[in-house]
Design a binder for this molecule. Structure first.
Ligand code: ZN
Length: 255
């Protein structure tokens, strides 16, 4: 006879139960990209999302509770990023901490290496190297409601996790071939420079100019949340992101 620990049994039951119609209905209601996925993409997304939901340790800020709806909403959007990528891209995502609302950091803090500020700073989310992802639930919901403005905190923080896979947060996720690195660096450096100079494409939040790591996270937000605008305003950047992510969200929107 073998006894399973409760957590293991809960995980097994969740995976064996499959994604199911309730989660599909929630995603269809909440995400306008949902209906644009082809069958293979949807199958892959559902598998990745369910694994995240089951394997991540979900923590709530004090006095708050993480509901299944929150887990599905966050997991499905995180899974969207990796639909066209190999397995294991979230192997370093162990904990997601959900806060009810935007956190405001008071006191001394540093957002950029070497620059310390004590202005109150709103934090919508954070991703720590080898550490947790933090998300403000009100922001997650607002981003889902206002899809198309190029802003999405879940995409932003999970893009940082992809960037961290090669050990450095430098705006370049693992790309494989020297040709892909060459093209990536040429395109991203050119657009990043425009953003820093105040001439970046409108669809990119100026926060992209903070450093190359933030550039990649903000560009990923535009790629998934306002793909047609990014393609129209900065086709080179759209193309290197489409090549990396292995998907064409602008084509999906118009299909
Ligand atoms: Zn960031």
């Amino acid at each position: 006879m073998r006894f399973e620990r409760r957590r293991h049994r809960a995980r097994r039951e969740l995976i064996e139960g499959g994604f199911g119609e309730d989660r599909r209905a929630l995603c269809a209601r909440r995400f306008r990209w949902w209906r644009g996925l082809d069958a293979a993409q949807r199958e892959r997304l559902e598998a990745v999302a369910l694994t995240l939901e089951a394997d991540v340790t979900w923590e709530a800020a004090r006095g708050f509770a993480v509901t299944d709806e929150m887990k599905v909403t966050i997991s499905a959007q995180a899974a969207l990023l990796v639909v066209g990528l190999p397995d294991g891209m979230y192997r370093d995502v162990h904990t997601v901490i959900v806060h009810p609302t935007t956190l405001v950091l008071e006191g001394e803090h540093s957002q950029v290496d070497g620059i310390v500020s004590d202005d109150p700073m709103p934090v919508l989310g954070e991703a720590h190297d080898h550490g947790p992802v933090l998300l403000a639930w009100d922001e997650v919901l607002a981003d889902a409601r206002h899809a198309g403005d190029g802003r999405n905190v879940v995409v932003h923080e999970f893009a940082h996790k992809l960037d961290m896979l090669d050990g450095t947060v430098d705006g370049t996720p693992p790309l494989g071939s020297p040709e892909r690195y060459g093209r990536w660096i040429a395109v991203c450096t050119a657009v990043y420079t425009e953003v820093v100079e105040g001439n970046g494409p409108e669809v990119l939040d100026p926060y992209a100019g903070v450093n190359p790591g933030e550039f990649f996270a903000v560009a990923s937000e535009a790629f998934f949340d306002a793909p047609a605008d990014l393609l129209r305003q900065q086709a080179d950047l759209y193309e290197v992101l489409a090549d990396f992510y292995g998907q064409d969200p602008a084509g999906r929107m118009t299909a």
